[in-house]
Design a protein around this ligand. Structure first.
Ligand SMILES: Cc1cc2nc3c(=O)[nH]c(=O)nc-3n(C[C@H](O)[C@H](O)[C@H](O)COP(=O)(O)OP(=O)(O)OC[C@H]3O[C@@H](n4cnc5c(N)ncnc54)[C@H](O)[C@@H]3O)c2cc1C
Length: 496
């Protein structure tokens, strides 16, 4: 691993047996310490980085989570929370001297209230299982990451995950009303609730997207929505990415918020078509799939308007889905695009950055130039409506130096996203992947403010250290001073 991680505490590593025994006294049937059994936990979706954890603990109740955290806090042991381990930014990457706290066994739906339109679930419930629990009554949970069959709601909260339908219905943060969370010292708190107006400071927004750095989420109250009456899609092909990008900008500019608006470039379109035979045109440089939902009459009007805008931008393909089967076929290629691109090269590296929509064509052109410079191919699949790019950099991990080249290419893409007024991540989080790029977007003062928040929740810096912050300063360095009985923490540091 070429990544710098926090120094490993050898005393903690030497104490593995005692630590496992301590955890077993809290979760008798949920501690893993044998090397072979730790293997499945050694990485998440960012598989380039691997590190077996010290020990895995799999609690089943909030009380157990609280006791585990309180115990680790007392013993000074680091803790990495983990849901399903699908993070693409290495957020759930274990530490050699850290306990991996897996939430997968906390997978019950606790309550569904169709009048208030909320579901209360444990963090290990998968995203798709939330919809599964309510679809019989004509409801669904809107945020739909492509990994929804596997990823957990706890992980979605920690990453503020998105998906195709987040353009219209918002990201996780817009669909979570409340959480129960256990702090690093074991204290159980509640933020938000079932209603829009919760008492106290609105700290929920801090927790959504906090990547396991502020606490461990043990219960989530999500908004559920009635399933739309109709959904229809239009397939649009363009001779240039500029025309497609301009079309996207104008659709939004006209005040239309489609349920989803996804773009694929030529390499991705060809790979997807070869993979699933979705009926995509192969003579276009950029393909757009735009979906609208709602009452049929509204869908008809919106589709007609969108087709008109596309025609004005020179669309050479314009096909409206005539039935549900055709709509699903349009999406089948997009949904299979990642595995399809996997056939183009032995490995690919999936990036995630966000740009202002109007800079789309310029960014794609500069990316093509970078691709030439690095000598590595790139295919683009992205949430065009919200400017969230997912360039897939093609490489061969068996060729010495290619992974490093792919990472450098990816870093250049993210720097470009920031340079054109965008951000480092759209939905996959910072984790370890983008940690060292944080200074391209935030200055020292911004980073210090963010770390003060970390210190307020986790003053000992034991929750998921090594993630998000390029350099984790001690809390005293950031000016947070608790003087207990005259004992000044970090007495070696100069005071002002
Ligand atoms: C094929 C594929 C497609 C994907 N598509 C999308 C997509 O369309 N949109 C998208 O947004 N993401 C996508 N992802 C990324 C990933 O699925 C999401 O980030 C997801 O939310 C991670 O959930 P998880 O349960 O796997 O969390 P993990 O990977 O286990 O953990 C992710 C982070 O959350 C923290 N965490 C997990 N559970 C908790 C908890 N209960 N309390 C506190 N912190 C916690 C971890 O410490 C870590 O920092 C995709 C991943 C894959 C592999």
């Amino acid at each position: 691993m070429s990544l710098a991680m926090p120094p490993v505490c050898s005393a903690t590593v030497a104490n593995r047996k005692e630590i496992a025994a301590g955890l077993r006294s809290i979760v008798p049937d949920g501690v893993i310490e044998i090397a072979d059994e730790l293997k499945p936990y050694e990485s998440d979706g960012l598989t380039a980085y691997r590190q077996p954890p010290l020990v895995v603990v799999l609690p089943e109740t909030t009380e157990q989570v609280s006791r585990v955290l309180a115990w680790c806090h007392r013993e000074g042991i680091k803790v990495v929370p983990r849901g399903a381990g699908t993070s693409l930014s290495g957020g759930a990457l274990p530490l050699a001297d850290g306990v991996l706290l897996g939430l997968a066994r906390m997978n019950r739906v606790l309550d569904i209230d169709y009048v208030d339109r909320v579901a209360v679930v444990r963090p290990g419930v998968t995203n798709l299982a939330v919809t599964g629990a309510v679809e019989g009554e004509g409801f669904y949970y809107a945020p739909d990451p492509s990994s929804q069959i596997a990823c957990t709601i706890g992980g979605n909260v920690a990453e503020n995950s998105g998906g195709v339908h987040c353009l219209k219905y918002g990201l996780t943060t817009n669909n979570v009303l409340g959480v129960e969370m256990v702090l690093a010292d074991g204290e159980i708190i509640r933020l938000g609730g079932r209603d829009l107006e919760a008492a106290g400071l609105d700290l929920l927004g801090l927790v959504v997207g906090s990547e396991g750095l502020l606490g461990v989420v043990t219960e989530v109250t999500v908004r559920i929505l009635p399933t739309p009456e109709t959904a229809r899609a239009i397939l649009l092909g363009f001779p240039t990415t500029r025309a497609a990008g301009d079309c996207v900008a104008q659709i939004i500019g006209e005040g239309i918020i489609p349920a989803g608006m996804e773009m694929m470039d030529k390499p991705a379109t060809h790979a997807a078509e070869a993979f699933v035979k979705a009926g995509y045109p192969l003579d276009v440089e950029a393909l757009l799939i735009v979906e609208v939902d709602g009452p049929p009459v509204e869908c008809d009007i919106l589709l007609e308007t969108i087709a008109g805008i596309a025609a004005a931008h020179g669309a050479t393909t314009s096909r409206i889905s005539q039935n549900e089967e055709e709509r699903l076929r349009f999406w089948a290629g997009r949904k299979a695009a990642f595995p399809a691109v996997g056939r183009l090269a032995p490995d690919y590296y999936c990036m995630d950055g966000t740009i202002p929509r109007k800079r789309l064509s310029e960014v794609l052109e500069r990316m093509a130039e970078l691709s030439r410079q690095y000598g590595l191919g790139v295919a683009n699949v992205f949430h065009a409506g919200d400017g969230n790019l997912h360039p897939l950099i093609l490489y061969d991990a068996n060729q010495p130096g290619q992974l490093e080249k792919a990472e450098a290419f990816g870093a250049d893409i993210l720097r470009m996203c920031v340079e054109v007024g965008g951000v480092l991540t759209g939905e996959h989080g910072v984790g370890v992947e983008k940690r060292d790029l944080m200074p391209t977007m935030f200055n020292e003062v911004d980073l210090a403010h963010q770390q003060r928040i970390k210190c307020a929740f986790d003053p000992e810096l034991k929750l998921n250290p090594g993630k998000v912050f390029p350099q984790l300063h001690r809390c005293a360095e950031l000016g947070r001073m608790h003087v207990h009985k005259g004992q000044v923490p970090f007495p070696d540091l100069p005071r002002f």
